[in-house]
Ligand binder design. Structure first.
Ligand code: PLP
Length: 458
């Protein structure tokens, strides 16, 4: 083992080794992700239609399935320098503790104030909005990481930021809310009475604790009805995966520098942006037939869109105002049980990842939440970092694999994405410690109810 420590505990790239362009994995996909459809006509959304919702430059990125590299504007690269490169950590302590012959690496994205990888796309989206001369942006946030990242980016660039926050998080996570307000964002609990769709949902489901799908509808309604505003989204979209490719490109550059090749790449998957970003250059090699990797998406058993959903066109939001996207989905009305504490609550999955998964280029597993918190704690006690519950889904699968290698003696290299820290999730940790957390897993009958309501597209 001593010999092996030639690889540093933390690998950082030099400034001149950092990526200068984002990588668009769609350029190398034989089967492209299906286009978004207009919810009224069921025809592919045009750039003009999308331009009413998103900034022009981001619409181009969203629709471009052919350009492999998009140069990262200098202003965004300068912002990245404030918190990137993020460390690629060789988990020597964890390996030692597990007595595993496996080599474990994680890419840690929690080293910025927003506490997650979401800042990588937030700054890009805010930059393009500013560049277009807009006044502000609207968005939704679930647990609050995206809203936090976006409000940081907006305050940096002097843009107004309106955040619709899923009501259950707004109430359970006042600290995140206050971070956003500190950065100057206005934060509204969703559903709210400030929008038509919010008022409709409140009338139909009084006492609802809200959902991401519902908050998206509200944010889109405000963006499209307020001059000088556009809507931005923190996951799922092709453009977000493009920006997040900075994660995977840094990992690839760092690993190449030390001659490391991961056998297995693991990431948690909610809407799919961190995983899509982490795997991008590796998946590119796989698509081009240059290398092979075992790529694993990990999702909560309580919100299992890849493992138990269907691959179909669905609405991205509860209010059905957004375009239709073809993705693995549980149905746009699906809301995970209220006891679900681990994030990754979205009903659908990135169209890019959905297509890659459907083509058998990656696999997916689901894990129950108590086992996720158990893994989080095991990790925190040896590596020191208090992981976000979302990230801990990936930790669970990495630990299981490393323990399996202990039995088989396999010296495989495992890489996982540690997407963020869990300091704002301590109520969930408390529930786990107090034995008050349970594992609600939806029944087939329940899932069938939501599936039956999928739009019919021929
Ligand atoms: C938002 C978030 C995720 C999930 O989002 P993806 O788009 O699936 O990556 C994972 N981890 C953290 C810390 C997050 O904030």
């Amino acid at each position: 083992m001593a010999n092996e420590k030639k690889i540093p505990y933390k690998i950082y790239l030099e400034e001149n080794e950092m990526p200068k362009a984002w990588y668009n994995v769609r350029a190398d996909m034989k089967n492209k992700p299906a286009p978004m459809l207009n919810p009224g006509t069921h025809q592919p959304m045009t750039a003009e239609e999308l331009g009413g919702v998103f900034c022009a430059e981001l619409v181009q990125q969203e629709l471009d399935n052919d350009t492999a590299f998009f140069e990262i504007p200098q202003e965004i690269r300068d912002f990245y320098k404030m918190y990137r490169p993020s460390p690629l950590v060789r988990a020597y302590c964890l390996e030692e503790k597990l007595q595993t012959p496996a080599k474990i690496y994680y890419k840690f994205e929690g080293n910025n104030t927003s506490g997650s990888h979401k800042l990588n796309s937030a700054i890009a989206q805010a930059y393009y909005a500013k560049n277009q001369g807009l006044k502000g942006v609207t968005t939704e946030t679930g647990a609050g990481q995206w809203g936090t990242a976006l409000s940081m980016a907006c305050s940096y660039l002097g843009l107004d930021c309106k955040v619709y926050m899923v009501k259950v998080s707004y109430e359970q996570k006042p600290f995140r809310r206050e971070v956003m307000r500190t950065y100057g964002a206005s934060v509204v609990p969703s559903p709210s009475d400030t929008t038509q769709i919010g008022r409709k949902i409140l009338a139909e489901h009084p006492g609802t604790t809200g959902s991401l799908g519902c908050a998206i509808s509200e944010a889109v309604e405000v963006a499209t009805s307020t001059p000088g505003y556009r809507y931005v989204l923190g996951s799922v979209l092709n453009q977000v995966l493009l920006h997040q490719s900075v994660i995977g490109l840094e990992v690839k550059a760092a690993m190449d520098k030390y001659g490391i090749k991961p056998d297995m790449i693991i990431g948690c998957a909610g809407g799919g942006s961190n995983l899509g970003g982490l795997i991008a250059p590796f998946m590119g090699e796989k698509l081009r037939g240059e290398a092979d990797y075992d790529i694993v998406a990990v999702e909560p058993a309580s919100c299992p869109s890849l493992t138990r959903g269907v691959y179909a066109y669905d609405f991205c939001d509860t209010g059905m105002v957004c375009p239709l996207a073809k993705m693995y989905t549980l149905g746009c009305d699906f809301i995970p049980a209220p006891n679900h504490a681990g994030g990754l609550r979205y009903h659908g999955m990135s169209p890019v990842l959905s297509q890659l998964y459907d083509d058998g280029l990656m696999r997916a597993v689901s894990v129950p939440q108590t086992s996720v918190f158990e893994a989080a704690e095991e990790f925190a006690r040896v590596e020191g970092i208090l992981p976000a519950p979302e990230s801990s889904h990936a930790i669970r699968v990495a630990l299981d694999e490393a323990k399996r290698c202990r039995e088989t003696g396999e010296e495989k290299t495992i890489l996982f994405g540690l997407t963020g820290t869990g300091y704002f999730d301590l109520v969930a940790y408390q529930k786990y410690h107090d034995g008050l957390m349970d594992d609600y897993i939806p029944t087939d009958e329940e899932l069938a109810l939501y599936r039956a309501k999928l739009p019919k597209i021929d």
